[in-house]
Ligand binder design. Structure first.
Ligand code: MN
Length: 497
């Protein structure tokens, strides 16, 4: 944390010290924009005044910390100003309306998007689901809302140890279940990693301890091997005069190791425990590096993944390849990507708001509206008449699911949640095709509507006007939006759901 040492001093001193930290962090903005951030800063200090957090620190440290996180991505003035004032309407006497006298509509919208509903208005459980719903609605209008929410959450997590254990655990669990997957979906790897790392020991204390002791020796061994591999690779690329910007090793984070170990039992066959990373200037250089690596080391068949040509659903791009050193027989995974792709892997869609890397992003195919469709689905889901529990379950389900891509007979790619079935596909094409779906053909073979689809399957739906939606369909509809459409259709024909 940037502001650890600010304690036991009066508010004026704290204010001056905080401004001394924040001011140099926003110099990437035009001067006029810096002034707006400064205005927000002083307004926020005045509003929160002497309020303190559970830790005993001045409250004002919290919004500044959240703001500092976002200055690292070089976000714009509106986002920063809104971050500074994000808790003002809820926790102080100053209302949004009053802030609107000084600040522009965008700033006010961003603040209103993350302001929690007042306790009085929503008592008990429903408040939480309602806050989430509101956040998704705001996100679908302006994605920057979620950057602020993530930065806010991150600082709350960093100060989690000040809370009573059961409360800390609940917040950590919620962060693992909702906020880390949101960060992942948006390609914001750095946020996802930080959230998971902090929450893992709170949510799974036993497993965490076990994992640390289980992996300690393996990490040590791999580190030594990684050094050796890096030296070799450096020498190889230099000798062949293949240009690159950076070459380094990166240890897998504990939580992601934990998840991987649940699929694979043996830690010694996790080849990206320490991944070796080559960062280049251009896409072309990525492929030159790849071919050099394959010329010298032995590539493991089936382990080359070209996410440059076929980006992951969240926009992540990189080439992954696993190779064996012929001399030592040691196996390592390499990840090769450009600087722009690397920036995207860390900050995802937020990188779009960064001035610094703008040029680098425009060269690539990063943001496809199809990729942000899930946000709208979560919003639409909020309009359904679901109980709090149902809503949260759907949200978690949806956020956790990986995506597959299947094809229409014409060759259009359709993204579905992993485990998706022809009924998901049918409703995705059109509600009318969904409700009259009779059966499906997958790669030319007839299958049931409950058949589990795989990526790159070609799917065709056979419809019959007489066919009616069935309650059973809900059992194998994988996507939240399919389930919603089916329920709508069932109600229309008088079936109670
Ligand atoms: Mn906050």
């Amino acid at each position: 944390m940037h502001t650890d040492y600010i304690s036991q001093i009066n508010l004026e001193q704290a204010r001056d010290q905080l401004w001394d930290i924040l001011a140099p962090a926003i110099t990437y903005l035009p001067v006029a924009d810096q002034e707006i951030v400064e205005l927000a800063f002083y307004q926020m200090i005045e509003a929160h005044g002497e309020q303190r957090r559970k830790s005993g620190e001045f409250y004002v440290i919290h919004p500044v910390e959240a703001c500092l996180t976002l200055t690292q991505i070089h976000l714009d003035k509106d986002t920063l100003a809104a971050t500074l004032m994000h808790d003002v309407p809820e926790d102080t006497e100053v209302s949004l309306r009053e802030l609107a006298q000084t600040f522009n509509k965008e700033i006010i919208f961003l603040i209103s998007g993350i302001t929690k509903l007042s306790v009085i208005k929503y008592q008990g459980q429903d408040r939480y689901a309602e806050n989430l719903r509101r956040m998704f609605v705001a996100m679908s209008k302006d994605i920057r809302v979620v950057f602020i929410k993530l930065a806010d959450r991150l600082h709350n997590l960093q100060t989690l140890h000040h809370l009573p254990e059961h409360k800390a655990q609940r917040i950590a669990m919620e962060s693992l279940e909702i906020y880390a997957p949101i960060a992942e979906r948006l390609g914001m790897g750095r946020f996802k990693d930080q959230i998971e790392n902090i929450c893992f020991p709170y949510v799974y204390p036993e497993e965490y301890k076990k994992l640390i002791s289980l992996s300690a020796t393996e990490y040590q061994k791999r580190e030594t091997q990684a050094e050796h591999m890096l030296d070799k690779t450096r020498a190889l690329l230099d000798k062949e005069q293949v240009p690159y910007i950076q070459l380094h090793g990166r240890a897998k984070k504990y939580y992601s190791l934990f998840k991987k170990l649940q699929e694979k039992q043996d830690i010694t066959v996790i080849y990206d425990l320490i991944a070796l990373r080559v960062i280049t200037q251009s896409v072309e250089e990525c492929y030159s590096v790849l071919s050099q690596l394959h010329a010298y080391f032995d590539p493991v068949p089936g382990r080359i993944k070209d996410y440059i040509n076929q980006p992951k659903d969240n926009g992540y791009q990189s080439i992954h390849t696993t190779v064996i050193d012929p001399e030592t027989q040691i196996t390592f995974e390499f990840q090769i990507r450009t600087e722009g792709m690397h920036e995207y892997a860390e900050y995802g869609v937020a990188a779009h708001w960064s001035h610094k890397q703008k040029a680098a992003f425009e060269e690539a195919t990063f943001l496809n509206p199809e990729r942000l469709k899930w946000i709208k689905e979560l919003v639409d889901l909020g309009k359904e008449d679901l109980t709090e529990e149902e809503y949260l379950n759907y949200v978690k389900l949806d956020l956790f699911q990986d995506q597959i891509f299947v094809m229409t007979p014409k060759g259009d790619a359709i993204s579905l949640p992993k485990g998706g079935t022809p009924i998901d596909f049918a409703y995705r094409i059109h509600q009318d095709i969904g409700r009259h779906a009779l059966m499906a053909k997958v790669n030319g073979q007839p299958v049931k509507l409950s058949h589990e689809l795989q990526s790159s399957d070609v799917v065709e739906i056979i419809t019959d006007k007489k066919q009616k939606p069935s309650r059973d369909w809900l059992k194998f509809a994988k996507s939240v939006s399919t389930a919603r459409s089916i329920r709508q259709d069932l109600r229309k024909i008088g079936v109670n759901v």
